[in-house]
Write a protein that binds this ligand. Sequence first.
Ligand SMILES: NC(=O)c1ccc[n+]([C@@H]2O[C@H](COP(=O)([O-])OP(=O)(O)OC[C@H]3O[C@@H](n4cnc5c(N)ncnc54)[C@H](O)[C@@H]3O)[C@@H](O)[C@H]2O)c1
Length: 268
Amino acid sequence: MQKLAGRVAIVSGAGRGIGRAVALKLASEGAHVVVNDRDDAPTCETAEAITQSGGTAATCVGSVTDPDFGDRFVRTALDTFGGLDIIVNNAGYTWDSVIQKMTDEQFEAVMDVHVMAPFRILRAAAEPIRRFAKQEAAEGREVFRKVVNISSVSGTGGNAGQVNYATAKAGIIGMTKTLAKEWGRYKVNVNCVAFGFIRTRMTQAIASEGDRKSGVRPELLEKLERDLIPLGRLGTPEEAADGVYLFCTPESNYISGQVITVGGGIIF
Ligand SMILES: NC(=O)c1ccc[n+]([C@@H]2O[C@H](COP(=O)([O-])OP(=O)(O)OC[C@H]3O[C@@H](n4cnc5c(N)ncnc54)[C@H](O)[C@@H]3O)[C@@H](O)[C@H]2O)c1
C-alpha cells in the first residue's frame, strides 16, 4: 500500500540531487508532486521521470528567491491538485569563503535561498493550511500535514569557510521549531533533516564558477570516508531522501519540532 496516496507535495530544488530523489520517493508512495527548480530542463526532467514511473507531477519553474515565488509555488499545488499536504524546503547552494573574504552579497545570497525563501513559501502556505485544518476540525477529522526543512551538519555543528551557509542552516532550525509551535493547532508536523555528506553536485571536488567557490576538497572527501563518517562513505541522494520521507509518513504524526541528522553516523 502506498503511504502517501493522494497527498499533495511541493519540493523545491527538485531538478537534481537530493530534491530530485525526494520528489521521486514521494511520488512512488502515491503523492502528487509539484517539482521546482530554477530552470526548465532539470525541472521537467524530474517531472517526466515521475510520470514515466506511473506517478503524478506538475512543475513550477523559477528561483525560490523571487519575492512572489512562495505564492506561485503554493498556488500551483492548490490549482493543479486541489490541496497542500507536504512541503519540502530543499533548494539551495553553497558559496564558500572565510569570513574576512566574504562579501555582503555572498552572505545575503546564501541567507536568501536557505532562509528567506523557505520563510516566504511557508508564509504563503499558512492561509490555505489554516483553512483546510479548520474545515477538517469542523468535520471531526484529524489530518496531519508535513513540513520538512533541510539543514546541514554545517548548521548544527558549524563549518570553517561557511559562515553564511552555517548561519542559514542554523536559522532554518529556529524556523522549524517556531512553526512546530505555531502550527501544532493545525496538525502540521514541522521537522528538519540535517544532512551530513551526500554525494551530489554540492560535494563534488571543489570548483570555482567565476568568483563562486563550491564543493569539497578531494583530500577532505577521502578523510571523511576514512576517518569521520562511521558508516564509511558518503550517502546517496536516495538515502538522503529516505530521511525526508520518514517525516512525511503517518508514522511521524506525533513528532514535531525535531532535527535528525542523516549523515552515516556523524554526530555534531
Ligand atoms: N549534498 C550534501 O552533502 C548536503 C549536505 C547538507 C545539506 N545539503 C542540503 O541539501 C539540499 C540539496 O542539496 P544537493 O546536495 O541536492 O545539491 P544539488 O546542487 O545537487 O541540488 C540542489 C538543487 O537546488 C536548485 N537550486 C539552487 N538554488 C535554487 C533557487 N534559487 N531556486 C530554485 N532551485 C534552486 C539547484 O538548481 C539544484 O537543482 C540543499 O539545501 C543543501 O544545502 C546537502
